[in-house]
Design a protein around this ligand. Structure first.
Ligand code: GCW
Length: 834
C-alpha cells in the first residue's frame, strides 16, 4: 500500500514537472536558455533519487518540483527508482518536529544546511532551510553542485547569504519597452498593462531563485507614476503571484510626485500631511493584494525626475515619508543616491558630477528611517568601463546601503560585445575603504556588517527581455554572477565563470577552461579599446551610448568630462588644485588619489589632468599608452574569435554559430573604436605613435578615393567615426566603387567597412575583375544598430576571405540601397589571408 501511494505521488509530481516544462516551452522563453539546463551527466549523480518533503508550503513545493526535475534530467532516467533512499526537504521547524528533538541547528531564514541524515538502513540526505526559502536555496545549491559533476558523496554544506537585499531592477515601461534593455521587449508589460501571459515571469523567478535573488523591482525609475494606479496594482499582483513560489518578492519604482500626478492632490511635498496620508493609503492598497510586497525604489531630483528639492525638502524627508507608510508591512525604501545636476557648468573647473552623491547624502547620514536603504551606483559617475569606487560607501556609517551594478550592458556595448562584469564588480566589492583607518572592504559595508547595520545588499539592473533573457548567450554569465556575488561576495570571478560555464555550456574541462578564460579576459580587453586610464567613456553620451563620439562628453552639462585638449587629458579631481572629489574618501584612500604619483595608472585620468607626454608608472607616456592599448585591445578582441573557434564540435552547434557571429562583429567594432580614438588623439595631440601605426593603415583603400559610379562622398559626424572622416553613400538604385589593386600578388582577406543603417537592408557585392569574387562576397546589411546616419554606431566589417589578387586587378564593391539604408561605405582593407 505504501509503495502504491508513493508511486502515485511520484506520478503526480512527474506530471507537474512535465506540465511546468510544457507551459514554459509554449511561452518560448525558458530558464534552460540560461544556466538551468540540467544536462545529462556521464556519471549519474551520487545522491538518492527519491524526494520527499515535510512541508506543503508553496516555496517548499517549488523546491520539491525543481529537485525532481533536476535529478531526472541530470541522471537521464525516465523516472524515479522507487528504492528506499531519499532526499528529505524541510524547514528547521519541520525537521525538529519530525525528529522530536532539537539537534537540528537554528538557521537564519535564507540559510540552509545539506547533510546526511542519521545512517540507518536507508540513505537519507537532508536539505534543511531556516525557512522555505532556505530549503529552496539548498535545493538549488545541491543541483548546482550536481550539474557541475561535483562529488556529492560526502556532502555537508551550510550557507547563508552575505546580504539581505539581493534584488534585480528592471527598467521596463508600461508600454512594453525597456530603458537600456538590449534583449527585446518586456516580459512584464505591454500596451500600458501587465501582460496576459506571465509564464516567462515564473521562469525568470526560477532563474533568480537559483542564484539567491530575492527581490525584483519590475518597472523603470523614470516615468513610474502610471504604475501606481489601482488597475495596474491589480496586474502587478499577478506578477507577484508568479514570483512568490520562487521566494522572489515584487518591488516597484515610484515617482515621488505620484500624489499629484495620479492622486489628484495639489502637492507632493513629502512633509504635507495629505501627501503622507496618500502614500499610507496607497501602500495599504498594495499590501492588500500583495502581502509580501518588498518595497519601493525612488529616483528623485535626478535627470528630470521630480523630487523633494522642489519643496526645500531633503532626500531623507522624502525617503522617510515612504518608509513610514511601508514600515508596518515590513517594506523597505531603496532611495537612490544617483542625484546630480545634469545642467552643470562645464566651464567651471570646480564643477564635478562625481562629487554629487557624497555632497548631498553624506550630510544626511543618520537621518534616514531604519527601513530606508540608500542605493548607490558602484562608481561616482555611471557604470563606465572603469571608475573608482563611490566614496559614499565610506561616507554613510549610520545608514543602510546597497550597491547598484549594471548587468544590462549600457556602457559596455549593449550585449553586442562580450564583457563579463564580475571581475569589475569584484574589484569594487573588495576595495578597502579604510574607514577609520582600518580594513573596511566595500562588500562588508554594503552587507551591513562593517557599520553594524541590520540590512544592506546589492541591486543589479538586469534589463532582461523576451529575447533569450539577455540577447547574447554569454551575457547571461553576468546575471548569474550578480546573484552569486550578492549571495557570497568572496567568491572569485573566475570560480563563478567556471560554475556558469559547466552548467550552461559543458562540463568538458577543455571547454570550461576556454570559455572561462574568454570571460575573464573580456573586461580588460573591452576597457583597452574603449576607455583606458580611467577616461570613463568616449561614447556618444547624448545619443546611442554605443559608438565612439569623443567630444559628446564635453561642453555640455552632463558632467562626463574628460577635458582633452591639445596639451593633455583628464579631469583634475584633487583637493589641492581640482574639484576636491578625491577628498571625499577616508584619509588613506584620499591621499592615494590626491597625487599623480600614487594614483594607479588605470584611474589616472579620472583623477588628474596630465600632459600627453606624462610618464605612467608603466614607463610609457600617456599618449603612447592610448595608442598601444587600443591596438592591443582590438587584437585581443579578434583573438576571442579564435578561442571560440577552438570549441567547434565540442559545444552545441547553434550556440557555437550564434556566439561566433557576435564575436566576429565585436572584433570588427573594436577596430572602429580603435581607429576612432587613435586618430582623434593623434590629431589633437599632434604626437606620433612610436610604433608608426596611428594614421597608417597598410592595405587600406578609402571609399572616397575610389572610382565612384553613383556614390557620393560625405563627411561623417563625428569625423573620427570614419576612416579619414569621410564615407560614400548611394542615392541611386545601385552604386559602384572601384579600386585598382597595386600590391603584391597573393591570397588575401579583404575587409569591407560599411555602415549598416536602419530602415532597410542594403545589399553589397564584392567582386574582382567581374562577378562576385566568391560565395562569401555578397551580403545584406541587415543588422539592427543605432543611428540613422553613417556613424561608429553602425560601422560594420565584412571580411571576404581567401581572395586572389594581382597587380592591376580591379576590386569592385556594388551597393544596392534598400529603404533608408543607403549602402554607405567607408573603406576596404587588403590583409594577408588568415
Ligand atoms: O545614466 C542614466 C541612464 C538612464 C538611467 C539612469 C539611472 C533609468 O542613461 O537611462 O535611467 O542612468 O540610473 O537612473
Amino acid at each position: 500500500m505504501c509503495k502504491g501511494s508513493a508511486s502515485l505521488a511520484l506520478k503526480i509530481a512527474f506530471t507537474v514537472a512535465l506540465s511546468l516544462a510544457g507551459s514554459a516551452l509554449a511561452a518560448g522563453q525558458t530558464a534552460d536558455q540560461a544556466w538551468l539546463k540540467y544536462t545529462q551527466l556521464k556519471n549519474p549523480p551520487n545522491v538518492p533519487m527519491n524526494v520527499r518533503s515535510l512541508g506543503r508550503g508553496t516555496v517548499e513545493q517549488s523546491a520539491v518540483v525543481e529537485l525532481r526535475r533536476g535529478l531526472l534530467s541530470l541522471s537521464g532516467k525516465p523516472g524515479f527508482d522507487g528504492g528506499p533512499n531519499f532526499i528529505l526537504l524541510g524547514t528547521v521547524e519541520e525537521m525538529r518536529s519530525r525528529n522530536g528533538q532539537s539537534s537540528v541547528p537554528t538557521l537564519e531564514p535564507d540559510e540552509f544546511l545539506i547533510a546526511s541524515g542519521k545512517p540507518d538502513l536507508v540513505r537519507e540526505l537532508d536539505i534543511i532551510g531556516g525557512s522555505e526559502r532556505g530549503v529552496l536555496y539548498g535545493v538549488f545549491a545541491l543541483l548546482r553542485n550536481l550539474a557541475q559533476g561535483a562529488d556529492t558523496s560526502k556532502l555537508n554544506v551550510r550557507e547563508r547569504p552575505a546580504m539581505a537585499i539581493r534584488w534585480v531592477d528592471e527598467w521596463d515601461n508600461a508600454d512594453g519597452s525597456i530603458e537600456r534593455g538590449y534583449a527585446g521587449r518586456s516580459i512584464f508589460f505591454d500596451g500600458g498593462r501587465v501582460r496576459e501571459d506571465l509564464a516567462p515571469v515564473a521562469e525568470y523567478a526560477r532563474l533568480m531563485a537559483s542564484v539567491g535573488i530575492n527581490g525584483c523591482n519590475v518597472n523603470n525609475v523614470n516615468n513610474a507614476a502610471p504604475l501606481l494606479t489601482s488597475e495596474m496594482i491589480g496586474g502587478l499582483a499577478r506578477v507577484a503571484d508568479m514570483m512568490r513560489p520562487w521566494g522572489v518578492r515584487l518591488a516597484l519604482s515610484v515617482d515621488i510626485a505620484s500624489p499629484q500626478k495620479i492622486g489628484g492632490l495639489a502637492t507632493y511635498d513629502p512633509a504635507d500631511p495629505a501627501v503622507k496620508a496618500w502614500w499610507a493609503a496607497k501602500v495599504n492598497e498594495i499590501y492588500a493584494l500583495i502581502p509580501d510586497f518588498a518595497g519601493f525604489t525612488v529616483k528623485a531630483d535626478s535627470e528630470g525626475q521630480p523630487g523633494p528639492a522642489s519643496f526645500g525638502r531633503t532626500p531623507a524627508d522624502a525617503a522617510n515619508t515612504l518608509a513610514v507608510a511601508l514600515e508596518p508591512h515590513g517594506g523597505v525604501v531603496l532611495y537612490r543616491a544617483f542625484v546630480y545636476n545634469h545642467h552643470a557648468d562645464w566651464r567651471d573647473p570646480k564643477a564635478d558630477r562625481a562629487r554629487a552623491a557624497y555632497d548631498i547624502f553624506h550630510p544626511l547620514d543618520g537621518k534616514f528611517a531604519s527601513n530606508v536603504i540608500v542605493q548607490t551606483k558602484e562608481g561616482p559617475i555611471d557604470f563606465q568601463a572603469r571608475e573608482p569606487v563611490s566614496p559614499l560607501f565610506g561616507g554613510l556609517t549610520q545608514t543602510s546601503q546597497a550597491m547598484k551594478v549594471q548587468i544590462t550592458q549600457k556602457y559596455t556595448r549593449q550585449q553586442r560585445h562580450l564583457v563579463y562584469l564580475a571581475p569589475m564588480w569584484k574589484q569594487v566589492l573588495d576595495f578597502d575603504m579604510r574607514t577609520n583607518g582600518s580594513a573596511t572592504p566595500v562588500r562588508e559595508i554594503v552587507a551591513g556588517t562593517a557599520f553594524h547595520r541590520t540590512t544592506g545588499g546589492m541591486v543589479g539592473v538586469a534589463g532582461i527581455g523576451q529575447d533569450a533573457w539577455l540577447g547574447s548567450p554569454l551575457a547571461l554569465a553576468n546575471l548569474y554572477a550578480f546573484g552569486r556575488l550578492a549571495w557570497d561576495p568572496t567568491l572569485s570571478a573566475k570560480q563563478i565563470a567556471d560554475e556558469w560555464t559547466r552548467q550552461t555550456i559543458s562540463t568538458d574541462p577543455a571547454v570550461v577552461k576556454t570559455v572561462s578564460k574568454m570571460l575573464m579576459q573580456s573586461w580588460p580587453t573591452y576597457e583597452s579599446y574603449t576607455g583606458p586610464l580611467g577616461m570613463q567613456t568616449l561614447t556618444d553620451i547624448t545619443g546611442s551610448h554605443y559608438g565612439p563620439n569623443i567630444e559628446s562628453s564635453e561642453n555640455n552639462g552632463w558632467g562626463q568630462w574628460h577635458r582633452a585638449d591639445h596639451e593633455g587629458v583628464g579631469m583634475d579631481r584633487s583637493v589641492a588644485t581640482g574639484t576636491g572629489f578625491a577628498g571625499q574618501y577616508p584619509p588613506e584612500v584620499a591621499k592615494l588619489y590626491e597625487s599623480v604619483a600614487t594614483t594607479p595608472d588605470e584611474l589616472l585620468l579620472f583623477f588628474h589632468h596630465v600632459p600627453y607626454t606624462h610618464k605612467l608608472h608603466s614607463g610609457k607616456s600617456v599618449i603612447q599608452h592610448i595608442y598601444d592599448s587600443h591596438y592591443d585591445g582590438a587584437a585581443q578582441a579578434s583573438q576571442l574569435v579564435g578561442e571560440w573557434d577552438a570549441l567547434k564540435g565540442r559545444i552545441d552547434a547553434r550556440l557555437y554559430e550564434d556566439m561566433r557571429a557576435r564575436l566576429e562583429y565585436q572584433a570588427g567594432h573594436a577596430i572602429v573604436w580603435r581607429d576612432a580614438i587613435v586618430q582623434y588623439f593623434l590629431k589633437l595631440s599632434g604626437i606620433p605613435d612610436e610604433r608608426g601605426r596611428a594614421g597608417n593603415y597598410p592595405g587600406r583603400l578609402e571609399a572616397e578615393n575610389a572610382r565612384l559610379t553613383g556614390y557620393k562622398v560625405i563627411d561623417v559626424n563625428p569625423w573620427e567615426d570614419a576612416s579619414g572622416g569621410k564615407a560614400v553613400t548611394c542615392g541611386e538604385s545601385k552604386c559602384i566603387a572601384e579600386w585598382t589593386y597595386s600590391g603584391a600578388a597573393g591570397r588575401f582577406d579583404v575587409a569591407v567597412e560599411y555602415f549598416d543603417l536602419p530602415g532597410g537592408a542594403a545589399k553589397f557585392v564584392f567582386a574582382v575583375n567581374g562577378p562576385a569574387a566568391n560565395a562569401n562576397a555578397s551580403w545584406a546589411a541587415d543588422a539592427v544598430l543605432p543611428s540613422r546616419q553613417p556613424h561608429g554606431d553602425n560601422s560594420t566589417r565584412h571580411i571576404a576571405r581567401g581572395v586572389a589578387l594581382k597587380p592591376g586587378d580591379v576590386i569592385r564593391i556594388e551597393g544596392t540601397p534598400d529603404g533608408l539604408d543607403v549602402a554607405a561605405l567607408d573603406y576596404i582593407e587588403v590583409q594577408p589571408a588568415r
